[in-house]
Design a protein around this ligand. Structure first.
Ligand SMILES: Cc1cc2nc3c(=O)[nH]c(=O)nc-3n(C[C@H](O)[C@H](O)[C@H](O)COP(=O)(O)OP(=O)(O)OC[C@H]3O[C@@H](n4cnc5c(N)ncnc54)[C@H](O)[C@@H]3O)c2cc1C
Length: 518
């Protein structure tokens, strides 16, 4: 089923050489079962699903894996609590089921349980709101149990006293603190890392994964593929074409109507909140269902998010946060902190656009997060909406639709049992003995940590940045990075803080250059 990965056949390695070989092979035999457009979490998930069913699959991504919305998320693998609050039980249950699949089978190495703490502070919660939050957390527990996720993976909700609350989030306001309600959800070490793991696993099952390749003139059975590196183009035909381009879906298929909504996060040093080990959850004044979260992140930072703003007009490559959004986030979180954060504490900020389906009026916060699989008059199958947590289910629905409409020769979906590269149970995973690899590298690479370390040294790429030189090399030799920006902005997240990127750039460019020249 593989197009022709030559020496790379059956491996998870994505390299510039593999890209060249596979582009040549595709030019020689430009007919495939499934063309997937878009290399975010949805497209990578579709490519894996289809390749694992035995279809001949090509995925094209105009820029880089996880270039779009998939790298700007809150990195939560969530059980859909907020959907319960609005009575959307089906969406909530789907989230809870997929969270369990990720945390127990497909990617437990990338998702950890994250305690989320709602502090019981005077003035923070409206009268009766603590009871509502507690009821919501209890319902979340019931959902977790019904999804079959054990308490050993995600502990049940509990109330903690003020001392314990301040151990979990030392920066939380002490005066008047009567304890906190704590519930658990899943947290990805990084969202872009999930996308790369999906694309690599898809490649192992025979999918051709081509970055810097844009699909143009797309129909239900064909597209022109333009190589962004050479300018050359190639016409391919396909049994089915799946449009998984997120907020760009309407550019590929004009029958699709989206209403993008911008979500912004800012980054502060973890030290500014006393190095929290739990997420701090602060209600947005005047709303019963909206919260601002301060989420501990890798690389010693806390991300504070998030907003939900209508974002009409042309889709930018990299959406930008507004000053008003940053002020809103700081003002909201400061209500729960001992020492207020100011603009001087902000190390970086980022924004992403949610690909929400336009259902008419109302605010974007009220639009459904449910996904849809739509066949347009031109025959293009678009999968859009949804969320990172439910990518696997979205992919299954999209491939089921393609198989049914176009009678493709595919087996049944089995991705719920398919470990991604780095997960326990994946063919290439090897346990790393305690202390054999840096803990941060292990958290990012799981069962491939020792293979990563073998690609280079364990020294940090720059002082104070816990990304090793080995990870930079591995990004090029195994993860499909084609230049320093792919490494700084997506294979690692050093680029989220501009001064960090500036300090690391020269060393990253040197390693990338060496690896590409080999
Ligand atoms: C601020 C924010 C926070 C979020 N937080 C969470 C969260 O915590 N948990 C959660 O589960 N979900 C979360 N989500 C939702 C989730 O991030 C998105 O639903 C998901 O990432 C969308 O992925 P996608 O693959 O559909 O789109 P994208 O990631 O945008 O991928 C689309 C890709 O298509 C490519 N492309 C476009 N046009 C072409 C073309 N013509 N040819 C080839 N390629 C093309 C683009 O370059 C892009 O890489 C959040 C969303 C936002 C905005």
């Amino acid at each position: 089923m593989t197009i022709n990965a030559g020496p790379f056949a059956g491996t998870t390695r994505l390299t510039s050489r593999r890209r060249e070989l596979e582009l040549d092979a595709l030019a020689a035999a430009p007919a495939v079962d499934l063309l997937v457009i878009g290399g975010g979490v949805t497209g990578a998930g579709v490519a894996l699903d289809a390749a694992a069913r035995g279809l001949r699959v090509v995925l094209v991504e105009a820029r880089d894996l996880a270039f779009g919305t998939s790298r700007w998320s809150s990195k939560l693998v969530h059980g859909g609590l907020r959907y319960l609050a609005s009575g959307r039980i089906g969406v909530a249950r789907e989230s809870a089921v997929e969270r369990g699949v990720l945390m127990t089978r497909t990617a437990p190495h990338l998702v950890r349980p994250l305690p989320q703490l709602v502090p019981l502070l005077p003035g923070l919660l409206r009268p009766g709101q603590a009871s509502l939050v507690r009821a919501g957390f209890l319902a979340g527990d019931a959902l977790r149990l019904s999804a079959g996720t054990p308490g050993a993976v995600l502990p049940r909700m509990r109330r903690v006293d003020a001392t314990r609350a301040r151990q979990l989030v030392p920066g939380v306001r002490a005066v008047g603190l009567a304890g906190a309600l704590v519930a658990h959800d899943g947290q990805l070490v990084d969202d872009a890392r999930l996308v790369v793991a999906l694309a690599r696993t898809a490649a192992q099952y025979g999918a051709t994964v081509l970055t810097r390749v844009r699909a143009e003139q797309v129909t239900g059975t064909s597209a022109r593929l333009v190589d962004g590196l050479t300018g050359q183009s190639l016409d391919v035909t396909a049994g089915a074409v799946v449009n998984a381009t997120g907020v760009w879906a309407g550019e590929v298929d004009p029958s699709i109507r989206l209403r993008p909504s911008r979500g912004t996060h800012l980054l502060v040093d973890a030290a500014a909140l006393g190095h929290p080990v739990a997420a701090l959850t602060v209600p947005v004044p005047g709303s019963t269902s909206r919260f601002v979260f301060a989420l501990p992140q890798q690389l010693g930072r806390v991300a504070i998010g998030l907003t939900d703003e209508d974002a009409p007009g042309p889709i930018p490559d990299e959406p930008q946060p507004t000053d008003a959004e940053l002020d809103f986030l700081l003002d909201t979180v400061n209500a729960a902190l001992t020492t207020a954060l100011t603009r001087a504490d902000v190390r970086g900020a980022y924004a992403g656009l949610r690909p929400l389906i336009d259902t008419g009026g109302g605010s974007t916060a009220d639009l459904s997060r449910q996904h849809a699989v739509l066949e347009s008059p031109s025959g293009v199958i678009t999968v859009v909406g949804g969320k990172l947590t439910t990518y696997r289910r979205m992919a299954e629905d999209a491939v089921d639709t393609a198989v049914r409409l176009r009678e493709l020769p595919a087996r049944a979906c089995w991705t719920a049992r398919l470990p991604l590269v780095g997960a326990p149970g994946h063919r290439d995973s090897r346990p790393a003995p305690e202390g054999a690899v840096p803990a941060s590298l292990l958290a990012r690479h799981g069962g491939t940590a020792r293979e990563v370390l073998a690609a280079g040294g364990a020294e940090p790429i720059a002082e104070g940045i816990d990304v090793t030189r080995a990870e930079i090399a591995y990004a090029v030799t195994h993860e499909g990075a084609l230049d320093a920006s792919d490494v700084l902005d997506r294979r690692t997240r050093i680029g989220l803080v501009a001064p960090d990127a500036a300090r690391a750039r020269a060393a990253v460019e040197e390693i990338v250059g060496e690896c590409l020249a080999r």
